[in-house]
Design a protein around this ligand. Structure first.
Ligand code: ADP
Ligand code: MG
Length: 571
């Protein structure tokens, strides 16, 4: 047996522990949900590895989770017979936070407990939430497939460090014992634990078991029997029929699959039949994760085949521009031993991806175009969605030719019509407000809303009362290169080329412009010579009403904003 070693937590873990204990105190029972969620994940992992290595079951293939408590010792124990952890895994998984964006997240914390509590929920609390109610946690684990002598005991008081030592552990899997803090005795009751499990963990597909209790007439108290009973429904939530699942259950399931502590914005649950048979339960989060901009990050969809967990983050199931979608897809057609390589080529997967993409777009359309009683609430949700994920959705304009028109309808922009930086004008709204004789959709791109709003190019449009969309997101220029028109109307930059206002200009104005051009001919020629190597062209302009001069890009050149962006990126 090896010596007991003491090691320090990663700095972020220490910060997380501190914060969590103080800020999540009013919601402390979530620790049980988190530990059960981990036990369920560990069982999914074992089941997956066992597809090719059935010996990992060690003659014990009935995966389950047990929750037990000891009133005298003041402990609660959550055990599973899942994949387990080696000593190295315990050190890295329970001593550091592997999540991407961790450092950025901690940099954001303000020290204001209430604000930070909301943030920490968004980050996901996980294993460490045990320390909300425990002042010591003991984890005993043995990885599936290794000998009984190679178990590990990990222990910590949740302050600065933890210890690890090798132990003998006969049974495979993990057992987590919480030594309750003073005053947390409420949890030392079967009733309290059962109701907490039913509230937060009913959706777990494995049985969660507890010892039965029986009233003892002589002792006048409940006594614990050896026999176990199952507390939850223990069936995969997505395989149940919609009418059997409550909104709360859908939301708790979301928290389990997404590791998000907040409720989702919306979800969709369908069984698809036809050429390819599968069930999808897809969620849109209410807030963007910290690593939304990491395009290499794998998606948030768990793939199951006939209820057997296959893999997390199966990126082939969702296009990159919908990488924020979380949930489960359960296929009835794929083989159990499917690998990431096979997924890449699979026609079933292609059909699932196309079907799921359409589902997500419909889900967004239902919010954006809602009518009826709850329309206002749904529009509000769409506004939240757009604020959090709109910039990512824009990537779809360039990436998803097949759905481009649907995505274009979902776009929202700031516009001169609203005089606010809120992006809430759709292209359809714009079309509905077009002036008599206007045949183009006008926009300006800029680095910021203020720059866009004050652009001298807008002067003539303001004067004529013509609306202009104000585009200020980094992806806009790129997106516009794929979006030349909407419902037959060309999208035109107000900053490009010889601006042709078409029918918006009346005959008198045209005549006046021609006269002015003749008048300034000599001046223009002189300026052209002087600016020969600086400007491609010098023109008399009618697009300005207050400013004396402005720079414009040639019809086919990059816009000023794109040129600036590329320069900033060192190109
Ligand atoms: P998350 O579940 O989001 O990964 P947690 O803090 O809940 O984060 O858990 C951290 C890691 O610890 C898990 O990813 C897993 O590797 C490991 N772990 C926690 N509980 C168990 C368990 N019961 N069995 C096996 N591994 C576990
Ligand atoms: Mg977890």
């Amino acid at each position: 047996m090896s010596e007991k070693q003491t090691m320090g937590f990663q700095a972020e873990v220490k910060q997380l522990l501190q914060l969590m204990i103080h800020s999540l105190y009013s919601n402390k029972e979530i620790f049980l949900r988190e530990l059960i969620s981990n036990a369920s994940d560990a069982s999914d992992k074992l089941r997956f590895e066992a597809i090719n290595h059935p010996e990992l079951y060690e003659n014990d293939s009935e995966l389950q989770i047990t929750v037990d408590f000891d009133k005298a010792a003041r402990t609660i124990t959550i055990s599973d017979n899942g994949i387990g952890m080696s000593k190295e895994e315990a050190i890295s998984h329970l001593g550091t936070i592997a999540k991407s964006g961790t450092k950025e997240f901690f940099d954001k914390l303000s020290g204001d407990q209430q604000k930070d509590a909301a943030l920490i929920g968004q980050f996901g609390v996980g294993f460490y939430s045990g320390f909300i109610v425990a002042d010591r946690i003991t984890v005993e684990s043995r990885r599936a497939g290794v000998s009984a002598a190679e178990g590990v005991r990990w222990e910590s008081e949740g302050t600065g460090d933890f210890s690890v030592e090798t132990i003998a552990k006969a049974s495979r899997g993990t057992s987590i014992t919480l030594h309750l803090r003073e005053g947390e005795d409420d949890f030392l009751s079967a009733w309290k634990l059962k109701s907490t499990i039913r509230t937060y963990s009913d959706h777990i597909a494995l049985p969660i078991k507890m010892h039965k209790e029986e009233w003892d007439e002589e002792k006048k108290e409940l006594v614990r029997k050896e026999e176990l009973e199952t507390i939850n429904q223990a069936s995969a939530l997505w395989a149940r029929s919609k009418s059997d699942v409550t909104k709360e259950q859908y939301e708790e399931f979301y928290k389990h699959v997404s590791h998000d502590y907040n409720a989702p914005l919306t979800y969709t649950h369908n069984r698809v039949e036809g050429r390819s048979e599968y069930t999808q339960l897809l969620y849109i989060p209410a807030a963007a994760p910290f690593d939304l901009w990491d395009r290499n990050k794998r998606g948030g969809i768990k793939l199951y085949v006939k209820r057997v967990f296959i893999m997390d983050d199966a990126e082939q199931l969702m296009p990159v521009y919908l990488r924020f979608v979380k949930g489960v897809i359960d296929s009835a057609d794929l083989p159990l031993n499917v690998s990431r390589e096979i997924l890449q080529e699979s026609r079933d997967i292609k059909a699932i991806r196309e079907g799921s993409t359409k589902r997500v777009l419909s889900m967004l359309e239902e919010l954006a175009n809602a009518e009826g009683d709850d329309a206002a609430e749904k529009h509000e949700k769409y506004a939240t969605f757009w604020k959090e994920f709109g910039q990512v959705l824009k990537e779809g304009i360039g990436e998803d030719q097949a759905n481009k028109d649907r995505i274009a309808k979902l776009l929202r922009f700031a516009s001169t019509h609203n005089d606010s930086d809120a992006q809430n004008v759709s292209l359809a709204d714009y079309l509905g407000r077009m002036k008599e004789g206007q045949d183009k959709i006008y926009y300006v791109t800029a680095e910021s809303y203020d720059t866009a709003k004050n652009s001298p190019h807008l002067e003539i449009f303001r004067k004529k009362g013509v609306e202009v969309l104000l585009l200020t997101d980094r992806v806009d220029e790129w997106m516009l290169s794929f979006l030349s028109d909407f419902e037959g109307k060309e999208l035109t930059s107000v900053a490009k080329g010889g601006l042709d206002l078409g029918q918006l200009e009346d005959e008198a104005e045209k005549k006046q412009h021609e006269e002015t051009e003749t008048e300034f001919k000599d001046l223009v020629e002189k300026m052209k010579t002087t600016l020969a190597d600086k400007a491609k062209e010098v023109r008399v302009t009618f697009r300005l009403t207050d400013s004396p001069a402005c720079l414009v890009a040639d019809e086919h050149d990059m816009s000023g904003n794109l040129a600036r962006m590329l320069k900033a990126a060192g190109q």
